[in-house]
Design a protein around this ligand. Structure first.
Ligand code: S3P
Length: 435
């Protein structure tokens, strides 16, 4: 497959963004361990989420689709059945890390693996706290995949101070906490996304959470639920930035997730001068949603501090693109977590920005981008994406504001999180050509 993103005259129209990836994983997993049948609407049908769905099926859970909704027949916290085959999570850190927590409290062994990119990602961050809880888990010598989990006699709740801001690590601990003796307490210095906490609460868990502390208390069961998944804010981010940087644009995105631990990009773009209206506030379960209207804007530079990073971690690549078309020097502090994503996103973005002829440099732990201003057009080039969906979509958006086009390498990665990106984008006026 080949994707060429050609310059566009502007974006117009209104779309509904498909379901949120983080919430989709959690909805499937929580429904599978509830006591009965849950219904999930607007599930993200990406490769990452489907890999989690298939692994749950492999573990004996019946999941089927009827009239656009998914029905999950939950079997309780310990109702999963051993899978004779290794469980495969493709590209998804969320899928494998959350399921590791849950599989830690089952009375059968499991082996978990993923694709080439996932196989390079650090697993020590979950292995360490799970071992502290009494889980028998190990990875390769380098603490990478595959992960092997064997049953443990006793799993205890822990008091865990998070060494990195990571919702995946926090969630692995919380899923293991469902089968632990005693409370599980997690302290965060920087608040990571709280979808697991909200979903646990929705399913009836005894859980208290605030910005810095989460406490899961003895919970005997989850009650099955009807779940509607909000539109994915991280997917929306690409079209939000596209509409801001492209002249003559005016788009509306409906029912987008507005969880405060996810929308730091929105606040940043508004601070930069972005014309973004947020309206029709409502909620799906415990998750806030709203509609967004975005119009072309002249953007100023931004300053991202270490406090902002966790809540816009997945949006940094597209914020780098927005900063390239802004006036002035933008700065991003303590963003090294970017190196541990689906690719080394800092390296991948730097390589692409260099080809765009946008000056960028590291000053200690601060990454800087010299914005080229609103009239800048990117030169034509081939963007190397390292099979990373967010790198691919970021440069696809940059291509819309190019002197003619940007070609995107391995665009198939986009299917891991946003298979509708090309079609929805073209419906809004993007000029994505696939061959
Ligand atoms: C996610 C958490 C984040 C994020 C990822 C999804 C989640 O990872 O980058 O895309 O659903 O919990 P970390 O928790 O490792 O930062």
């Amino acid at each position: 497959m080949k994707l060429i993103s050609k310059s566009s005259e502007g974006l117009h129209g209104e779309i509904k963004i498909p379901g949120d990836k983080s919430i989709s994983h959690r909805a499937l997993i929580c429904a599978s361990i509830s006591d009965g049948t849950s219904k999930i609407s607007n599930l993200q049908e990406s490769e990452d989420v489907i890999n989690t769905l298939n692994s749950l099926k492999q573990l004996g859970i019946s999941i089927y689709k009827k009239n656009d909704s998914y029905f999950v027949e939950g079997k309780g916290f310990r109702g999963l059945k051993e899978s004779k085959k290794q469980l495969y999570f493709g590209n998804s850190g969320t899928g494998i890390r959350l399921m590791s927590g849950l599989l830690s409290i089952q009375d059968f062994p499991s082996s978990l693996t993923g694709d080439e990119s996932l196989s390079k990602r650090p697993m020590k961050r979950i292995i360490e706290p799970l071992i502290k809880m009494g889980v028998n888990i190990c990875g390769s010598k380098e603490n990478t995949l595959p992960l092997q989990i064997t049953p443990s006699e006793n799993i205890d709740g822990i008091n865990y101070e998070m060494p990195v801001a990571s919702a995946q690590v926090k969630s692995a601990i919380l899923f293991a906490g469902l089968g632990a003796q005693g409370d599980t307490k997690i302290i965060e210095h920087s608040t990571s996304r709280d979808h697991t906490e909200r979903m646990f609460e929705y399913f009836g868990a005894s859980i208290n959470y605030s910005e810095k502390e989460t406490v899961l208390k003895k919970t005997d069961k989850f009650t099955p639920q009807i779940i509607e998944i909000p539109g994915d804010f991280s997917s929306s981010a690409f079209f939000i930035v596209a509409a801001l940087i492209l002249k003559n644009s005016d788009i509306t995105l409906r029912e987008v997730g507005m969880n405060p631990t996810r929308i730091a990009l929105l606040n940043k773009l508004i601070e930069m001068g972005g014309d973004i209206q947020v309206f029709n506030h409502s909620s799906f379960g415990k998750e806030p949603i709203a509609d967004l209207n975005i119009k072309s804007s002249v953007l100023n530079s931004c300053e991202v501090s270490s406090d902002d990073v966790a809540n816009l971690i997945d949006e940094l690549p597209i914020l780098f693109v927005a900063s390239s078309f802004a006036e002035g020097i933008s700065s991003f502090k303590e963003i090294e977590e970017l190196k541990h994503k689906e690719s080394d996103r800092l390296k991948a973005m730097q390589a692409g920005l260099d080809k765009m002829k946008v000056k960028n440099f590291l000053d200690g732990d601060v990454f800087c981008i010299e914005g080229m201003g609103k009239d800048f057009k990117s030169p034509n080039f081939l963007a190397e994406t390292f099979y990373d969906h967010r790198i691919a979509m970021s440069f696809a958006i940059a291509g819309l504001n190019s002197s003619s086009s940007i070609e995107i390498s391995s665009p198939e990665s986009i299917n891991t999180s946003f298979p509708e990106f090309i079609d929805l984008g073209n419906r809004l006026g993007c000029n994505f050509e696939v061959s």
